[in-house]
Design a protein around this ligand. Structure first.
Ligand code: 5GP
Ligand code: MN
Ligand code: MN
Length: 329
């Protein structure tokens, strides 16, 4: 019945009403892909005033700037002040909406599309499926119930979202239905090889050098996580500056770190400001890192989560080391 309520919420808007789409701060492929894919779907339905945004600095990672529907994106100050309908994508908690949380609360109708186990249950109609591999799975479900057929542009957006959140169809959530959705998306004529190259394999030389330096200082702690092992590293704003790279190039740094065989838990601590760090956590199963993150005011999934930490990287890692032991499965 949540589907019916979501369809009704969308249909409650007139074709010329203001519709605001919002995804989480520092958006990733799932946040942007599911939001823009859905935004294109609304256009196909005849809605004329659709804008998409996210809180904070208006930095769209280069690979996502050419997503179909990127023209829907506006910086936070240009978002509709008083939209008739708000749709929220890939957001686990209102804190990830910044000041835009007020826009959601004030809207006559709203729908939250998400897949985080830690979702706090905010917003009007809540389409939150922790079994979904990506928010784009939920977006596809709502688009089909609205009668929007997939086309190559919508499909490219949803494919990028699905490929991002499944680690290119590698993670545990990569189910039969994930591949069935991927098959329907590819059947529209999109080219997975080309899209993957653009999204995952097009990094500036400086980003590779930066990654090399940050990986070079990684520390392995075999005794941590109840003897299952933990590996961690950190990156500072000075590191980014030295290589002339924007912060988002570190979004995928956790991937090589989590590949270390001797560690069940992997941690990347990324500086956001003086004494403030964005912490990425991954688990291979021994630890519920979502629990770790939630206890620090963050969120995520059982095997992938994050939070904001404070102090020096060693302070943050001390906290993680202790919490990881408390959250052993
Ligand atoms: P990542 O490590 O790739 O940034 O994030 C992994 C997962 O944890 C994602 O599902 C992301 O939404 C969630 N996550 C990361 N950082 C935070 C945070 O500060 N707060 C919340 N609520 N979730 C986060
Ligand atoms: Mn996300
Ligand atoms: Mn997601």
């Amino acid at each position: 019945q949540q589907w019916a309520a979501a369809v009704a919420a969308v249909r409650s808007a007139g074709l010329d009403d203001e519709i605001q789409l919002i995804c989480h701060v520092n958006p990733d492929g799932d946040a942007l892909g599911s939001m823009l894919g859905f935004g294109l779907g609304l256009r196909r339905l005849g809605f004329t005033r659709v804008r998409a945004t996210f809180p904070g600095d208006f930095v769209v990672p280069t690979p996502y700037q050419r997503l179909p529907g990127a023209d829907l994106l506006v910086p936070e100050p240009d978002a509709f002040a008083d939209p008739r309908l708000v749709l929220v994508f890939d957001v686990a908690s209102e804190s990830r909406l910044g000041a835009l949380a007020g826009r959601l609360a004030a809207a006559p109708a709203s729908v939250v599309l998400d897949h985080h186990a830690s979702n706090t249950g905010f917003g009007g109609v809540r389409l939150v499926d922790p079994q979904a591999a990506a928010t784009s799975v939920v977006a596809d479900g709502l688009l089909s119930r609205l009668g929007v057929p997939l086309d190559p542009e919508i499909a490219e957006c949803l494919y990028v979202a699905l490929a991002t959140d499944t680690g290119s169809f590698k993670f545990d959530m990569t189910t039969v239905s994930v591949h069935e959705l991927a098959a329907r998306l590819i059947a529209t004529g999109i080219r997975p090889g080309e899209i993957s190259r653009q999204i995952f394999d097009s990094k500036p030389f400086g980003a590779m050098k930066l990654t090399g330096e940050v990986l070079g200082r990684a520390v392995l702690e075999p005794a941590a996580a109840g003897g299952r092992g933990m590996v961690w590293t950190y990156a500072t704003l000075a590191d980014l500056e030295r290589y002339g790279q924007p912060p988002y190039v570190l979004d995928t740094l956790i991937d090589p770190v989590r590949s270390v065989a001797e560690a069940d838990v992997s941690v990347v601590v990324k500086q956001v400001a003086a004494g403030e760090w964005s912490v990425s956590l991954r688990s291979k199963g021994a630890v519920d890192v979502s629990g770790v993150a939630v206890s620090q005011g963050g969120g995520g999934h059982r095997l992938a989560a994050g939070f904001t930490g404070y102090g020096e990287p060693s302070d943050v890692v001390d906290t993680v080391r202790r919490l990881v032991d408390e959250h052993l499965n």
